[in-house]
Ligand binder design. Sequence first.
Ligand code: HEM
Length: 367
Amino acid sequence: MDPIIAATHADPYPYYAQLRTAGGLAFHAGLKVWVASSARAVCAVLAHADCRVRPAQEPVPKAIAEGMAGKVFGQLMRMNDGERQRCPRAAIEPALELIDEAHIRALVAARLITVDADGLYKAMFRGPVCVVAALLGFNPAQGRTISALTADFVACLSPLSNDLQLVAAHGAAEQLRGYFVELLAESDSQLLTAIRQRFEGDIEALIANLIGLCSQTYEATAGLIGNGLAALKRQPGLRGASMDAVLAEVQRFDPSVQNTRRFVAAACEIDGVRVEAGDVILVLLASANRDPALNEQPDRFLLDRPNRRSFSFGSGRHQCPGQMLATEIACATVREILDHGVNLERLAWHYRPSLNGRIPLFNIVGD
Ligand code: HEM
């Protein structure tokens, strides 16, 4: 096991506990990165001004720098510190907070769901982006296209992607840009209007960050839905409980984003450890959630956990602005899947290959 393999391992949590015992922030000689595993170290890294989301010498990964996907990547708030993060964030974060929860639920309910393996895949990977696209003002047919293009675009975010996938990602970025140019000329959806009113950057930065809303939704929300279904299969006692309560604990207990990274911009001390400029820190969000210093009895799945604390949506400057939206989409989707009569007993899964995402891919045993 290592901290990367852990993300898609059947049960990484005992290993994370070992890492915490060995030291909250420790150097991993095999991976040549620092690993933050305790809640204190994770919090300190994410709060530190010298811990940046990209390495100074490679703001955009070399493999995509020359094409459209690289252009979009280079403008995403998620991939920048300083003005290029603060400016889009100042417009998008408050606008996401205004979204009406009932509207989200209605958009999820309007989608067709089937409970075979393909239907579950679509509900996890296509449905959430369709909801975000609808909120931005796309019609349902456009939403399906945006969702398919987002699936191709996100390949540019993963170092596991091959050349063919990267070519498709550039093409998808180009097409997504085209769709958003048209949308900005036509749509007056509440969400888009709220974002535009506050947005102070140029139009290309706006478009990149609207594409970013779709790409940030794509895998992480699929993972929350999938890990919710996995919890319901493992613990039949949860099936009658409120879905809000189930997913509130699922996101802490078995998060879809297991880790993130930071790149040290200047030598500094973090949680009592000296790190040098150029060092890389792997930040184990999922491990911090299981730190007994953060949550009592962290390895128990407790629906009514008092004072639940979680790093699953990050913390500090880059903390996820889509948490409410993601949670509502996931709750409504899991409810729909249950209402459509999925046979949880027959669900089996493996995790999608990834360096940081914990996203089950289901098949239905006996089909
Ligand atoms: C269950 C679903 C989701 C999870 C677990 C999740 C998790 C995260 C995490 C951990 C970060 C911080 C990454 C870091 O600091 O390195 C993040 C950032 C972000 N998320 Fe989410 N996210 C989810 C869904 C969404 C949705 C639905 C949206 C928007 C529609 C969204 C938009 C963003 C954006 C824009 C950022 C970058 C913020 C910044 O850099 O200032 N996320 N998310």
